[in-house]
Structures are given as structure tokens and as C-alpha cells.
Design a protein around this ligand. Structure first.
Ligand code: UDX
Length: 460
């Protein structure tokens, strides 16, 4: 089957390569000529485990090609996925949907036969319906461009796996598409929903045949809301445990044990109860803000005001980490050296967008400390964003002469650090664990003072 994918960022590039992996003929489209050039050479412009191999394999096989040409894309296929970015608008909470709109505006006049535009980007509810209006206004006479919404739930670091073996596939179709309004249901047969549904079903058929997952067919608005609600829930779960963390710190309790205990209740579950520096990245922070903004526009602003609290709990953790570091330096950061292990917003990623790790390093530096940062993958991105910080080329090099060692991203190589090796190069003996990931006992036995977010020092 032939298809195009507009946008070649984390989402688009992964989707394009995975669709080729499923056996389809795929054309990736982007306005960024330099990015397209790299992709044509089989290079992935960001770090995503497993993606370089499948991308290269299908660039070489010819099943995956890249272009900046919209006319070529319009001619190539009748199925067009849209995976361009929807960043936070400058100075506002709302999402900027102009890139998605641009794709539709530019593509539809070039279509010469009926086509389906499948939105995958995370958008404010109501965007798909607006895009349908834009499409209807822009198409040639006699041509129909149907907008469908099919949100993506991929996690950075697991993007290939999440795309090829998803937990669920959600498809939002416009009201009349199924010839009688909206039907929802797990495993609903998409083919019943007319030509748009049939094309999408065909695209995902290899996934559904190999390892079936629930397919939820619904209306456009619900499909859009599923995605932002999922991310808002995850953010809330993280902030919940981080709020409890604050109480644990005050009471001398241990949030990690508490999380284990409450997580054993299957209604709660242990995942996303990892207390620490909180969430960052290109999705959760901007998605909760855009959700609040959109709810406000719809007159349901009170419904989402709790997300403001979720956001502030999250941001407070970064400040708390700086406070802990200041305490560890006897109240004075000026002249102190702090090794910051981690710059990416999470392990298995080189993404530093809204990264708690880099944010903490920046605050420490602004307060006069010399923050020496190391990350296994994100150094180039970190350097570009925060050129004034000092960067080391290994964890041990970052720890050389450090008064305090601060773990800000839970990369396995930091967890596995040998305390004796760090002892040999560091000046101080204080380990601050921003992700509750380090083996505390081992470090204590090696003579280190171990402090972590959410693990108060018990009153003696
Ligand atoms: C997220 C969603 O998980 C994914 O479904 C959606 O499609 C895009 O947004 P991602 O941004 O890749 O994916 O990261 P995720 O693994 O969700 O982690 C987000 C942030 O939360 C990271 O900064 C991580 O360190 C933090 N986190 C996660 C915690 O602080 N504690 C946890 O227990 C889990």
C-alpha cells in the first residue's frame, strides 16, 4: 500500500519507517531540506533506539523515500498521515496548530482524486473538524479529502516498539463517514465506516494480523481528547507522587517505599509513580497546558484548573533539587563544583526540551556553582540550548573535583557507577539522587552521604 507521512520528527520519521517495515511504500515529507537530505542518506537526526536500523533498511530497499515536494506527495498516494509538531505558542499555554493547518492547506489543492488525511499529531479538540473545513474549501471540484484522527501514543526511547505493537489503535472518523453517525467499540470493524475507515484499516492490517490490539473507533473530538487526556493523566500521576514526596520530606518518610506499597493495588499500579525531578520533554508539559487552554476556550475552564497545580508541583521539584544541592554545599553554591549526571529529560533519549535535568543544571550555574554536565546521548542538544554550562565527556570526568554529585536522569550507566571509582576523583562525598534510581546502600557503605527527593532524613 502507498502512503505519505508529513513531518519527519520523532513521530513522523518513526511512523514512516515503521509503515515501511510493515511492507508499505512510504514517502516521508518535510519542509526542512537539510533534515530530508539526512533521512535520504538513511540517517536519523535524533537518538531513538532501534530506529536507525529500520530506517536504513527501508531507504536501501527503496520502500521508504523522502521529499520536500508536496505535488509529488499528492500524486504518490491517497492516504496521507500528518505527524508535524504542535508546539506551545510563545507566551501562551495554547498549542500552535499552524503546521498541521499548513500541511492541509498546501496539500489539498494538489489532490486529483479522493484522499484520506490521517492526523496523528496531538491537537486541541476541535482541530480535526476545522481541518476538514479547510480541506473542503481547498479541494478541486469533485475531489473529497476526508480528515480522520488517529492519535499516536509513542514514547521516546520506545517509539518503534510502541508503533509496531501498540496497546490500542484509536481512530476518530467524521460523523457521516460510517453512513450513520458514530459507532464506538473495541475491535470495531473499520471497514464498516466507509472509504476512509477502509484505507486506515488496510494500513494497520499487518499489525492487527500479527499481534491484534484493541481498535477503538469513535468520533473526531473523542479521538483528539483521548490523547490529551492520556497525557494529562500520566502527568497527574507523576505530580501526585511528587506532591506526596513533599510530605514525605517533611515527615521523614520514604516515598519510594510508599509508591511500592500503593502501587501494589491494581487500581493504582506502580508505573508512573516514580518520584523525583518530575516530567519534562516535548509532550507532557505542553500537552497539559494546551488542554487547560482549550478547556477554557470551550467554557470548561474550571474542569482543568487542577492541571495548573500538576504543573506547579512538577516545577517545584526542580527548585527543591537546587535547595538540596545548596544545603549540601553548606548554603553557598558560589565556588562549588557540582557534577550533574544527565541532561536528557529521560533515559534512552537525546531530547532536552523542558528537561528537568538541564533546568536544574542551569539554575545551579546561575546561583554561582560550576555545574559540570554529562549525558550519554544529549550533550550536543544540551550544549546548543545551554552553551554556558560546562560539559564533560564521561560521568567520571564530570565527577572530577566535584563537591556534590547529582543524578538528574536515570541512565543505566549512572545507576551502575562504581562508588569507589567516583570516590577516587570527586572532592566531596555527597550524592543527590534526583530520580530515586541509585543504590543508596552501596553508596552509603562507600562513605557517601545519600540524599534523594522524597526521602526525608528520619528524625533521630
Ligand atoms: C509521553 C507519553 O508517555 C506518550 O504516551 C505520549 O505519546 C508522549 O508523551 P514521553 O514524553 O516520551 O511520552 O515520555 P514519558 O516516558 O511519558 O516520560 C515523561 C516524563 O515523565 C519524563 O521526564 C520522565 O522522566 C517523567 N516520569 C515518568 C517521572 O518523573 N516519573 C515516572 O514515574 C514516569
Amino acid at each position: 500500500m502507498r502512503m505519505t507521512v508529513f513531518g519527519t520528527g520523532y513521530l513522523g520519521a518513526t511512523h514512516a519507517a515503521c509503515m515501511a517495515e510493515l511492507g508499505h511504500e512510504v514517502l516521508g515529507v518535510d519542509v526542512d531540506e537539510a533534515k530530508i537530505e539526512r533521512l535520504r542518506r538513511g540517517e536519523v537526526p535524533f537518538y531513538e533506539p532501534g530506529l536507525p536500523e529500520i530506517l536504513l533498511r527501508h531507504v536501501e530497499s527503496g520502500r521508504l523515500r523522502f521529499t520536500t515536494g508536496y505535488a509529488e506527495a499528492a500524486e504518490f498516494a491517497d492516504l496521507h498521515f500528518i505527524g508535524v509538531g504542535t508546539p506551545q505558542r510563545k507566551g501562551e499555554f495554547a498549542a500552535d496548530t499552524s503546521h498541521v493547518e499548513d500541511v492541509v492547506r498546501r496539500l489539498v489543492p494538489l489532490l486529483t482524486s479522493d484522499a484520506v488525511l490521517v492526523g496523528k499529531s496531538t491537537v486541541p479538540v476541535g482541530t480535526a473538524a476545522r481541518l476538514q473545513t479547510i480541506a473542503d474549501a481547498g479541494v478541486r471540484d469533485g475531489v473529497r479529502a476526508a480528515v480522520v484522527w488517529n492519535p499516536e501514543f509513542l514514547r521516546e526511547g520506545f517509539a518503534v516498539k510502541d508503533t509496531l505493537t501498540p496497546d490500542r489503535i484509536v481512530i476518530g472518523l467524521a460523523g457521516g463517514e460510517g453512513g450513520g453517525g458514530v459507532r464506538a467499540g473495541v475491535g470495531a470493524a473499520l471497514a464498516d465506516f466507509g472509504p476512509a475507515g477502509r484505507l486506515v484499516e488496510e494500513a494497520y492490517a499487518p499489525i492487527l494480523q500479527a499481534d491484534p490490539c484493541p481498535v477503538i473507533v469513535t468520533d473526531l473530538a473523542t479521538a483528539e481528547l483521548v490523547k490529551v487526556s492520556a497525557n494529562a493523566f500520566l502527568a497527574t500521576k507523576i505530580s501526585f507522587i511528587n506532591a506526596v514526596s513533599e510530605v514525605c520530606e517533611a515527615a521523614g518518610a520514604d516515598v519510594t517505599v510508599l509508591a511500592d506499597a500503593i502501587g501494589m493495588d491494581p487500581r493504582i499500579g506502580r508505573r508512573f509513580l516514580g518520584a523525583g525531578l518530575g516530567f519534562g520533554g516535548g509532550c507532557l508539559p505542553k500537552d497539559i497546558r494546551a488542554f487547560m487552554a482549550r478547556a477554557g476556550e470551550l467554557g470548561a475552564d474550571e474542569a482543568m484548573t487542577f492541571l495548573r497545580e500538576v504543573d506547579s508541583i512538577n516545577m517545584r521539584r526542580r527548585q527543591k533539587m537546587v535547595d538540596l544541592a545548596t544545603e549540601a554545599c553548606d548554603g553557598m553554591l558560589i565556588g562549588k563544583t557540582i557534577a550533574v549526571l544527565g541532561a536528557a529529560f529521560k533515559p534512552d533519549s537525546d531530547d532536552v526540551r523542558d528537561s528537568p535535568a538541564l533546568n536544574v543544571a542551569g539554575m545551579l550555574s546561575l546561583k554561582g556553582a560550576s555545574a559540570v554536565v554529562y549525558d550519554p546521548q544529549a550533550l550536543d542538544n544540551a550544549r546548543a540550548l545551554f552553551p554556558t554550562l560546562t560539559y564533560a565527556s564521561s560521568a567520571l570526568e564530570a565527577c572530577e573535583g566535584a563537591d556534590v554529585v547529582l543524578v538528574a536522569t536515570e541512565w543505566p550507566e549512572f545507576v551502575a557507577l562504581d562508588p569507589a571509582a567516583v570516590t577516587a576523583v570527586a572532592r566531596g562525598r555527597i550524592l543527590l539522587d534526583g530520580r530515586n534510581c541509585m543504590p543508596a546502600q552501596e553508596w552509603r557503605e562507600a562513605g557517601w552521604t545519600y540524599r534523594a527527593l522524597g526521602r526525608g532524613v528520619p528524625a533521630s
